[in-house]
Design a protein around this ligand. Sequence first.
Ligand SMILES: NC(=O)c1ccc[n+]([C@@H]2O[C@H](COP(=O)([O-])OP(=O)(O)OC[C@H]3O[C@@H](n4cnc5c(N)ncnc54)[C@H](OP(=O)(O)O)[C@@H]3O)[C@@H](O)[C@H]2O)c1
Length: 296
Amino acid sequence: MVTAADSGTYALGSLTVRRLGFGAMRLTGRWDSTGAVPSRDRAIAVLRRAVELGVNHIDTAAFYFSATRSANELINTALAPYPDDLVIATKVGPGRDYAGRWLHDIGPDRLRAQVEENLRQLGRDHLDLVNYRRTDSTHPVADHVAALAALREAGTIREIGVSGVDRAELAEARAVAPVVCVQNRYGLGARDADEDALVTHCGEQGIAYVPFFAIAGPGGRAGATVTDTPGVREVADAVGATPAQVRLAWTLHRGPQVLAIPGTSDPDHLTANVAAGALRLSAAQLSRLDGSDEVD
Ligand SMILES: NC(=O)c1ccc[n+]([C@@H]2O[C@H](COP(=O)([O-])OP(=O)(O)OC[C@H]3O[C@@H](n4cnc5c(N)ncnc54)[C@H](OP(=O)(O)O)[C@@H]3O)[C@@H](O)[C@H]2O)c1
């Protein structure tokens, strides 16, 4: 049986994870509470199965909630007491109020409260990895990262990452504290030359690069809704995999620093995604995929 161990490992600072992880965003159903909501049993089973399959890096956030589901609460219910090697990555910066409305202009002074909200929901005394997710530019990145660095010093969080940043913002963050990962949108059909360069830069600096929407690609938050290019379909047929698996495998082939966090509430998709961590693509297949994708 293929497990996440077949994808290899990478160090997030002091925390080593298997490269094939899991994103919890899709467990709650749509945040505007339209459409189907995965049953609690199904969501909990998917989380437990992910860990059984060797996944030890789960991405979540306190703002991943719909009317009746919270990703953090599902993780707590499914997995506590947590395995020693499990790394739960959360993100702070923007948030959502109780009605689900986005709160974007969150100042550095409010990050502690967001970290504590995650602690309560996950039922932990510390957070393994906290990403500062940047969606506004009214405060310097450095101020937010400094706030997280203080929490790291206090032992409340173990490691710091950043999300939604460009190379200059990453440098600004690193001037304040060690940064172990960058979590940005990246995938076939959803990348540009600057982001390609940032992936490479992270590898050179020993920083993990964690793409989101790697399967969804141009579909983004709407999910895997976009028709795959002929290149993706051809390579999928050649290796006996699905287009979603090829998309994931392509990101992992960008370098050992790339970690996958595919999101799903479907147990079969979970198994397929873990299997994608073991998929090996040839140079010719990678070049076909690169060529089938428009890079600005
Ligand atoms: N830092 C940030 O700003 C940020 C933003 C967005 C997301 N994230 C994180 O990144 C994670 C990944 O993003 P994501 O979940 O939106 O996108 P994704 O992993 O690229 O794709 C998820 C979509 O693909 C489908 N899918 C998953 N596995 C599949 C498979 N094997 N075959 C066919 N379809 C498949 C899912 O539907 P099914 O449920 O039907 O499988 C869903 O529609 C999130 O879960 C979240 O933890 C971070």
